[in-house]
Ligand binder design. Structure first.
Ligand SMILES: *[C@@H]1O[C@H](CO)[C@@H](O)[C@H](O)[C@H]1NC(C)=O
Ligand SMILES: *[C@@H]1O[C@H](CO)[C@@H](O)[C@H](O)[C@H]1NC(C)=O
Ligand SMILES: *[C@@H]1O[C@H](CO)[C@@H](O)[C@H](O)[C@H]1NC(C)=O
Ligand SMILES: *[C@@H]1O[C@H](CO)[C@@H](O)[C@H](O)[C@H]1NC(C)=O
Length: 434
């Protein structure tokens, strides 16, 4: 793959039409209840964790007070099990009156007063996956209007209890109905996750025209095996998925489980790094009231967030798969920059992986490298061999600035960088990041 050719192709794909609601020009970020809190409705015995307005208020307070909102984590998203089992006398959905005594409008006001947004969950079908009232075809318009009247900012539209032909009508119809309300509402479609097939039997062109993001694959669970299986599926199908993504239209590999129980710190760094490479929506599903400082530091890493949020919105790809079980991922970023992730699938010990930027098809030049997890900066010539030490199931992640031609080196010298250019030492291996 020649970088220049790929850049041109991806730029073209990024200007294909996206859902024209002005929403989510970069991947949405926030918090989503499902993976961590599921369908816990036992507020009598588990009042702190049950699906109730208190849970969303608690998370909103944490987002607003603990530095998350300023980093872009602004959505507070309700998932399944929020609704009353009965529609109201006008046939409209209503929140469970015991668990959401203020209804959804009070929650959306609460979010908006704090500079946050509220997301809600519905299901294209007779019932939600959890058995609550769904949105069959004849209820799509009234439900879209209800969500708009409640001033919600995003809808996740699941697909349990409907068949393929109903979904083919329902997902585009909901897009139209949301548009007709006049309220910009980010639209997350679970449609492809219900179509399946390898390669996925999905019209991604159409999807990008009607949805802002879509779940392509099964639900994430709180385990490394789950994170790895999702990442593998996305990168195995990258040639189909990458052209589908762009500003306003995103592939969604599902929630971040960093801060829960299943991932080690290295695995948490890997999930965050790979999700940034994929230009994935960053919806955390964790307990922000009790999250560890280690997990918080990963999720609040400014450089990784800015890589994820790059305005060009070009989804990255796997470029190397070594027999040593090291994989390299690359994402093209604005201003001629890029991101690299060196990932180890190994389970033995830190692996010393040797390569060079030219082996990764970088063009001739001298590059400023910023290691996003260690905050170290250095300079690398494209031809210089280097070694990265990658922990088992872990990553090393770099932000690589645009190349300076060799005669432009003074440009870097004038900055206050910790410069360590390796001149004329191509035969030795500088231990740059050990
Ligand atoms: C570099 O480019 C060559 C030629 O197009 C290609 O065969 C190779 O797979 C590319 N390598 C990487 C790491 O992208
Ligand atoms: C509805 O669609 C039109 C045409 O695509 C677009 O200009 C407008 O901004 C959309 N409105 C909302 C609220 O999404
Ligand atoms: C899908 O479900 C609808 C409503 O139950 C039914 O009328 C239709 O025949 C079904 N279509 C297929 C292809 O199963
Ligand atoms: C996919 O959707 C696009 C846009 O709606 C449409 O023009 C195209 O014909 C569809 N492709 C197939 C194979 O159905």
């Amino acid at each position: 793959m020649h970088l220049a050719v790929f850049l041109l192709a991806s730029t073209l794909s990024a200007i294909t039409f996206a859902l024209d609601n002005g929403e989510m020009r970069t991947p949405p970020m926030g918090w989503l209840a499902w993976e961590r809190f599921r369908c816990d409705i036992d507020c009598k015995n588990d009042p702190k964790n049950c699906i109730s307005e208190n849970l969303f208020i608690d998370m909103a307070d944490r987002l607003a007070e603990d530095g998350w909102r300023e980093l872009g984590y602004t959505y507070v998203n309700i998932d399944d099990c929020w609704a009353s089992m009965e529609r109201d006398e006008n046939g409209r959905l209503q929140a469970d009156p015991k668990r959401f005594p203020g209804g959804i409008p009070r929650l959306s006001r609460y979010m908006h007063d704090r500079g946050l947004k509220l997301g809600i969950y519905g299901d294209m079908g007779t019932h939600t996956c959890g058995g609550y009232p769904g949105t069959p075809l004849d209820k799509i318009e009234v439900d879209a209007q209800t969500f708009a009247d409640w001033e919600v900012d995003m809808l996740k539209f699941d697909g349990c209890y409907s068949n393929a032909s109903e979904q083919e009508k329902g997902y585009p119809l909901m897009s139209k109905a949301l548009n007709a309300t006049g309220r910009p509402i980010g639209y997350s479609c679970s449609w492809p996750a219900y179509q399946g097939g390898l390669p996925p039997k999905v019209n991604y062109t159409q999807l990008g025209e009607i949805c802002n993001l879509w779940r392509n694959y099964g639900d994430i669970q709180d385990s490394w095996g789950s994170v790895l299986s999702i990442a593998d599926w996305f990168f195995e199908n990258q040639d189909i998925l990458i052209p589908a993504a762009g500003p306003g239209r995103w592939n969604d590999p599902d929630m971040l489980v960093v801060g829960d129980f299943g991932l080690s710190m290295d695995q948490s760094r890997s999930q965050m790094a790979l999700w940034a490479i994929m230009a994935a929506p960053l919806f955390m599903s964790n307990d922000l009231r009790t999250i560890s400082s280690g997990a918080r530091n990963i999720l609040q890493n400014k450089m990784i967030i800015s890589i994820n949020q790059d305005p060009m919105g070009i989804q990255g790809r796997r470029i190397v798969k070594e027999k040593s079980h090291i994989e390299v991922f690359w994402r093209s970023l604005s201003n001629g920059a890029s991101a690299l992730v060196f990932f180890s699938r190994r389970t033995d010990m830190p692996y010393r992986y040797q390569t060079s930027l030219s082996k990764l098809n970088y063009t001739t030049g001298s590059y400023k490298i910023y290691d996003v997890y260690t905050d170290q900066t250095t300079m690398l010539k494209d031809t210089t061999n280097f070694v990265v030490s990658v922990n088992p199931t872990g990553v090393v992640m770099w932000y690589v600035s645009a190349p300076a031609k060799l005669h432009e080196r003074h440009f870097y010298k004038s900055g206050n960088l910790m410069e360590s250019v390796h001149r004329g030492d191509e035969n030795t291996i500088p231990r740059v990041f050990l």
